[in-house]
Design a protein around this ligand. Structure first.
Ligand SMILES: Nc1ncnc2c1ncn2[C@@H]1O[C@H](COP(=O)(O)OP(=O)(O)O)[C@@H](O)[C@H]1O
Ligand SMILES: [Mg+2]
Length: 439
């Protein structure tokens, strides 16, 4: 006999109604973790503790004991508190009804707009697509940012890092991309920011127009490490559910460094040894696991843009170092450009997209290469220019760069509220090169 889905649902409901509610008790609270005995629940399940129903996630199980990490305030939890499983919390909502909504790390709406629209519940846990099932990256994804669409063309399914210090224009750039991309859905994870920054991002940077095409998952700096980490995976899982239905999804995570810091906190509290600058080994495997979940699958693609903090020009910072090798390209934001009012503050010569050649035509690649050469020539004579010792006529590319600096900057700069379609950016690049006489 075969049973259809409806019958299964009915059976499931009947079974869970018939099953007695199982309770466990808190047997110890140590560091960031707590142990629960008398309850059996799969990993990833959210259990609720005590009268305050403080959520905690099951992260390990040993004999009769579950190891849990709180997703809420730990202070009010005591030994002996009753614990029960919330049952379905290893599941999160996914679907078009989530568009325009802001969710927490459990997948619950926190924007005060009531219940979620049309959605299904999907299991949190998921494997990344196998290497051979992934389709190759062959089509560009428009970001609507001129300098990126031409000089660092991004492919649908590519994973790219945005390396920047704080206050250099990351959030503004992400919001610009959210409004300018031709991806069908944006999923934006804000992890470890302060509450005020989140508000500003939603209300000022993204605005109603950007939010309408996006799903935002937020876990602020004051939330427990486990919740911050979970937000990164919830956002990734939601992006995957759209990819499964064939969509081209853009996943933006701000910041990956804060996700790594959450894992550092968790790893250290579980007794792992600190390895590189206080980061335990699990941090690096976690980053690899998280980034592997984006990319192409057989059905669709998740293009991932992850911000990485590089404060104080510390290029040996372990997280920046590790992610550079896990990603297919990096965009560098430069503080000097930002303070001089050059936005987006992208240092194009320091930025690279490893798939650019696969998603651009030969003409486009040539044009981008020419502008890069002109900019590099200018950079090489910058010292001479600064002291007034520059001699014209020795390098035609440098001459072109000096003569047309204004036009080049007009091309590289772009107002936050003016996304440009990629086709138009390429046309503007052609006309810039013709004006300079170097095409
Ligand atoms: N495209 C832009 N045009 C004008 N100003 C910008 C632009 N991008 C960023 N800024 C300025 O830079 C400041 C910091 O940007 P923000 O995106 O919040 O940085 P981050 O997220 O890296 O900390 C903003 O308050 C804004 O004044
Ligand atoms: Mg920011």
């Amino acid at each position: 006999m075969t049973l259809d889905a409806r019958t299964w649902d009915g059976l499931g409901a009947a079974l869970s109604a018939a099953e007695p509610v199982r309770m466990g008790v808190v047997s110890s609270v140590v560091g960031l973790g707590l142990e629960v005995s008398g309850l059996n629940a799969p990993l990833g399940t959210v259990v609720l503790i005590g009268e305050g129903k403080i959520p905690a996630e099951v992260v390990a199980a040993r004999r009769e004991t579950l190891h849990c990490m709180p997703l809420g305030a730990l202070e009010n939890i005591r030994v002996g508190d009753f614990v029960h499983s919330s049952g379905t919390s290893a599941y999160i909502p996914a679907g078009l009804g989530l568009l325009g909504r802001v969710l927490d790390g459990l997948g619950n709406p926190i924007d005060g707009l009531g219940a979620l629209g049309e959605h299904t519940m999907v299991a949190m846990e998921r494997q990344a697509p196998a290497a051979l099932e992934r389709s190759r990256i062959t089509v560009p994804l428009q970001l609507g940012v001129r300098v990126m669409d031409t000089l660092t063309a991004v492919g649908a399914g590519q994973r790219i890092g945005l390396f920047a210090g704080s206050g250099v224009g990351k959030s503004s750039l992400l919001s610009m991309i959210a409004r300018g991309t031709n991806a069908q859905v944006n999923v934006i994870a804000l992890v470890g920011e302060r509450g005020r920054e989140v508000r500003e991002f939603l209300e000022e940077d993204l605005g109603p127009e950007g939010l309408a095409r996006s799903i935002v998952v937020v876990s602020t700096a004051d939330e427990p490490a486990r919740m911050r980490l979970r937000a990164a995976f919830v956002a990734t899982r939601i992006a995957e559910s759209f990819r499964e239905s064939g969509a081209q999804v853009l996943l933006m995570m701000d910041s990956l460094t804060r996700v790594a810091m959450a894992q550092r906190e968790i790893g250290l509290s579980a007794g792992e040894p600190p390895a590189t600058r206080g980061y335990p080994p699990s941090t690096f495997s976690l980053l690899a696991r998280l980034l592997e979940r984006a990319g192409t699958s057989a059905e669709g693609s998740i293009t991932g843009i992850y911000t990485v903090l590089v404060d104080g020009d510390d290029h040996n910072e372990p997280i920046a170092d590790a992610t550079r090798s896990l990603l297919d390209g990096h965009i560098v934001l430069d503080r000097k450009l930002a303070v001089s009012g050059h936005f987006p503050s992208i240092d194009a010569l320091a930025s690279i997209s490893r798939v650019a050649s696969r998603v651009t035509t030969r003409e486009q690649a040539n044009a981008a290469g020419t502008l890069r050469k002109v900019m590099a020539a200018r950079k090489s004579v910058q010292d001479l220019l600064d002291v007034g010792a520059y001699q014209r006529g020795s390098n035609p590319l440098a001459d072109a760069a000096v003569d047309h600096q204004g036009a080049i900057n007009n091309f590289l700069q772009q107002r936050l509220e003016d996304p440009v379609p990629a086709a138009q950016s390429w046309a503007q690049l052609d006309s810039l090169l013709r004006t300079m006489g170097v095409s």
